[in-house]
Every structure is written in structure tokens, then in C-alpha cells.
Design a protein around this ligand. Structure first.
Ligand SMILES: Nc1ncnc2c1ncn2[C@@H]1O[C@H](COP(=O)(O)OP(=O)(O)OP(=O)(O)O)[C@@H](O)[C@H]1O
Ligand SMILES: Cc1ncc(CO)c(N)n1
Length: 264
């Protein structure tokens, strides 16, 4: 039997925690074959982003075409896009292909990965095309043009009004409970609460979550069920890396699935 094939359109993280590395590791862990179209190459580690080389929209399109013309891709996810023209490539993915968009506007270390023109392109072209968008609250407010006083449910509903279902993620290393707010395709809101894992080794959670969500949706699960499964996948990964002491900055969410072979 063939595995499900998933495509990520995203940037690389040289530290191996976020972006394409997280997506391919997550697809593999869930039994899917991962393919990728790289949008940008970052020089990045646990302390932050040092440099970014943006790939041309033509080259991103060429990677997408190579994959789609050869392999039976069942679902796509988009992470860092980096440029308005690349947002256009994502918006032009074949209309029937389910698409999860994790808007990458700024990293947790503070690097700005999207300017105002790219935010506008997300709002006008990418969100109306995608199946589900998975921003955190700061990203959701920026995409919706909402102020800090607007309640999260209203922000999520404003994004839903642009077209997609929404999972507004609420990861918090200090909270006993994390709350992800789901607005399904019919505009019904569900708060999906789960136990927080007390760890600051959480670099890469957003990418890992949206990649896991894409695989579960492609298997036909309704959005709340797929969200629960993706939450559980991230929580297990966070528990696995909670004791790691790797890097000088914010540590990595685990993408290893067998016990470590060497301690450092
Ligand atoms: N400490 C934690 N314990 C349990 N679940 C967590 C924790 N941190 C994040 N999550 C979960 O991980 C998923 C991704 O959410 P998060 O809010 O971290 O995304 P993000 O802010 O976009 O991540 P990133 O910083 O990688 O961009 C959500 O389901 C969230 O609840
Ligand atoms: C390449 C890349 N994509 C996404 C994120 C989001 O955290 C990141 N830090 N780097």
C-alpha cells in the first residue's frame, strides 16, 4: 500500500527545529511521505535568525510543479513564504488540493519574516484559497487587522470570514492548560483545551502542529478531531525534548522518535 503524500511549501531552519525540517520529520512520523518546495533558506539557530536568502517565485513554482506532476499529493501545507510572489504560487495551487497555511510572520525570537505587503497578500490571496489557517494570536491579529482589545474569538471569526477554517493556537510554556480555538468550515467555534507541557524547549511547535494537522485532515478526520490529534503529537514531542539542553537559546521541540544514542 502506498503512503499518503504531503507537500510542504516552506523555508529551511538550519537549526533543524522549524520549517521544512519540522514538516518532513512530522510527515514521516505520521506515516506520510513528505515532499518539499523550499521558499527561503534561513541561517538560523536556537538564538535567532541571522540571514535569509529568498528563492525566486519561479524556482518555488518549479519545485511545486516537479512534485505535483509526478506524485499523488493528497495535502499541502505552507509555512514561511517570505515574498509576495511566493504567496501567489501558494494561492495558485490546484483548487481541489487541501491546503493548511501556517502564517509565518515573525519568529518567537523576534525576527520579522513578513512585511506589510506580504501580510496583505496572505489576506487577499492565500487565506481565501486555503482550507485551514493556523495562526497564533499575534499573527491572527495582524492578519485580521485587529487591535489588542478584540477578543480572540472575534479575531478568529474575522479570519474565517475571509474563507478558511481557523485554528488559533494558544501555546504557552507557563500555562497549566493550552487553549486552541477552532472555527470550523461552518463558522462554529470550539475551544480545545489540553494540558500544557512545562518546557521552554518549544522552537518549532507551530510548524510541527500544522504539518500534523495536514496529515490528519488528509486522512478524512473532521477539523476538531484532527486538531486534537495534532495537539497530542506536539505535546508528546515537547515531553520528549523537555529535558534536553541543546543550544544557547530557546530549545528544540523533539523530532526524534527512538531513544537518544548519545548524551551531549
Ligand atoms: N508548552 C506547551 N504545552 C502543550 N502544548 C503546547 C505548548 N506550546 C505549544 N503547544 C501547542 O502547540 C501547537 C502550536 O501552537 P503555538 O501556539 O506554539 O504555535 P506558534 O506560536 O505558531 O509556534 P511557533 O513559535 O513555532 O511559531 C498548539 O496546539 C499549542 O497548543
Ligand atoms: C524557516 C522557518 N519557518 C518557520 C519558523 C517559525 O517559527 C521559523 N522560525 N523558521
Amino acid at each position: 500500500m502506498n503512503p499518503l503524500v504531503a507537500l510542504t511549501v516552506a523555508g529551511t531552519d538550519s537549526g533543524g527545529a522549524a520549517g521544512v525540517a519540522a514538516d518532513l520529520a512530522t510527515f514521516a512520523a505520521l506515516g506520510a511521505h513528505g515532499t518539499c518546495a523550499v521558499t527561503a533558506v534561513t541561517a538560523q539557530d536556537t538564538t535567532g535568525v541571522r540571514a535569509v536568502v529568498q528563492l525566486s517565485a519561479d524556482h518555488v513554482q518549479a519545485q511545486v510543479d516537479a512534485v505535483l506532476n509526478d506524485l499523488p499529493v493528497a495535502v499541502a501545507k505552507a509555512g514561511m513564504l517570505g515574498a509576495v510572489a511566493v504567496a501567489g504560487v501558494v494561492a495558485d495551487l490546484p483548487p481541489g488540493l487541501p491546503l493548511v497555511v501556517d502564517p509565518v510572520l515573525r519568529t518567537s525570537s523576534g525576527a520579522v519574516l513578513a512585511d506589510d505587503a506580504l501580510v496583505t497578500a496572505y489576506r487577499d490571496h492565500v487565506l481565501p484559497r486555503c482550507t485551514v489557517v493556523t495562526p497564533n494570536l499575534a499573527e491572527a491579529r495582524r492578519l485580521a487587522g485587529a487591535g489588542s482589545e478584540e477578543p480572540p474569538v472575534d479575531v478568529a471569526l474575522a479570519l474565517h470570514a475571509l474563507g478558511p477554517a481557523v485554528v488559533l493556537t494558544g501555546g504557552d510554556p507557563e500555562a497549566d492548560w493550552c487553549r486552541d480555538l477552532v472555527v470550523d468550515d461552518r463558522g462554529r467555534a470550539h475551544v480545545l483545551e489540553h494540558a500544557g507541557v512545562p518546557t521552554t524547549n518549544d522552537h518549532g511547535t507551530g510548524c510541527t502542529f500544522s504539518a500534523a494537522l495536514a496529515v490528519h485532515l488528509a486522512r478524512g478526520e473532521p477539523l476538531p478531531t484532527a486538531t486534537r490529534a495534532a495537539q497530542a503529537f506536539v505535546a508528546a514531542a515537547l515531553r520528549r525534548s523537555a529535558g534536553w539542553r541543546l543550544g544557547r537559546g530557546r530549545g528544540l521541540v523533539a523530532h526524534t522518535f527512538v531513544p537518544p544514542t548519545q548524551e551531549v
